[in-house]
Design a protein around this ligand. Structure first.
Ligand code: SF4
Length: 307
């Protein structure tokens, strides 16, 4: 097996360096919704987002305590690991009054020494100083904290097309504000969005390279049922990337990414029953192996073209 670490900085190895041991994420659906789904911005969500997103329905039916207990048990048994990050993942995890946010975050991490950090996934238009004041209290308590902001593309026309409901300026502002609080910043991007070319992918990578981003999650565009993207696919408005094309674009994206940025995802997962295309994404190890091979063939690595 190729040594992946020499090609890109994986989040798992970054966590191992940071904590001196293996640390695993525990994904939590804390019952939030999203302003781009509940009618505040839009009622139908981003064009690629299904009503349940990529969230594991089985976990969502459990209480937060049950979700945590079930995953801890599984991780301990499978990986013999005992330290965790609380990953508030489903929907927009800062979309509530500060008092409610505190109650939810506390309910998971307060008094539980198994947790060494928190990751909060959200939209860049759902953060402000009051929320950051709260979130930074967890760093003061010794937890490592990241906020992950969805961007998907740095092209304004793409953000409009996929109906994100925000532009790049609000993303830049959120990243800079969060970084100023000493909180880690993560971001999500999608490769293969409609009408995007190789140049657009490079543009997004360069845009992020100019910002204090600590971790990146790269997703292939998964076309899933019950989304606008599925309608566009059926009408020929969007076509899935082949695995080879995707692997090349991931490498080109990471060549422009700073070497110290941790890569927390290379391939998006969707439920087999709702995924239309690309079906190759169902075999994640094979897709990651293709990306690593592509790095090797190009004699390349993360940060090679970083300005
Ligand atoms: S912001 Fe996230 S949760 Fe909300 S509609 Fe878009 S992808 Fe779905």
């Amino acid at each position: 097996m190729t040594d992946q670490k020499s090609y890109y900085r994986s989040f798992s190895s970054y966590l191992k360096e940071l904590f001196g041991q293996s640390v695993y994420r525990i994904s939590i659906d804390a019952g939030f919704t999203c302003p781009n789904r509940n009618g505040t911005i839009e009622a139908f969500g981003c064009a690629y987002c299904s009503p349940r997103g990529s969230w594991n329905d089985g976990l969502g039916r459990l209480s937060i305590d049950e979700q945590v207990a079930q995953q801890k048990e599984l991780i301990r048994r499978r990986y013999k690991a005992h330290k965790f990050l609380a990953y508030f993942q489903a929907y927009t995890n800062t979309y509530a009054p500060v008092k409610k946010l505190k109650a939810i975050y506390d309910s998971v991490v307060q008094g539980d020494d198994d947790f060494v950090g928190i990751i909060i996934g959200t939209r860049p238009d759902c953060i402000d100083r009051e929320k950051l004041d709260l979130i930074s209290t967890y760093t003061e308590k010794g937890l490592k904290v990241w906020i992950e902001y969805g961007l998907q593309s740095a092209r304004e026309r793409t953000l409009k097309l996929i109906e994100r409901g925000h532009g790049t300026k609000v993303f830049q502002d959120a990243v800079l504000l969060t970084h100023g609080y000493g909180i880690g910043v993560g971001t999500h991007v999608i490769i293969g969005l409609p009408d995007e070319t190789e140049t657009d992918v490079h543009y997004t990578a360069d845009f992020l390279a100019d910002l204090p981003v600590d971790l990146v999650k790269i997703h292939n565009l998964n076309i899933v049922e019950n989304t606008k993207m599925a309608e566009w696919y059926r009408s020929g408005k969007v076509a899935p990337l082949s695995l080879d094309d995707y692997a090349n674009l991931v490498v080109e994206f990471l060549e422009r990414t700073a070497p110290e940025v941790a890569v927390a995802r290379l391939v998006a997962e969707s439920k087999k029953t709702s995924l239309i295309e690309p079906r190759w994404s169902l075999n994640k190890p094979r897709a990651i192996h293709r990306i690593v091979t592509c790095f090797k063939e190009r004699q390349s690595y993360q940060g090679k073209l970083y300005r």
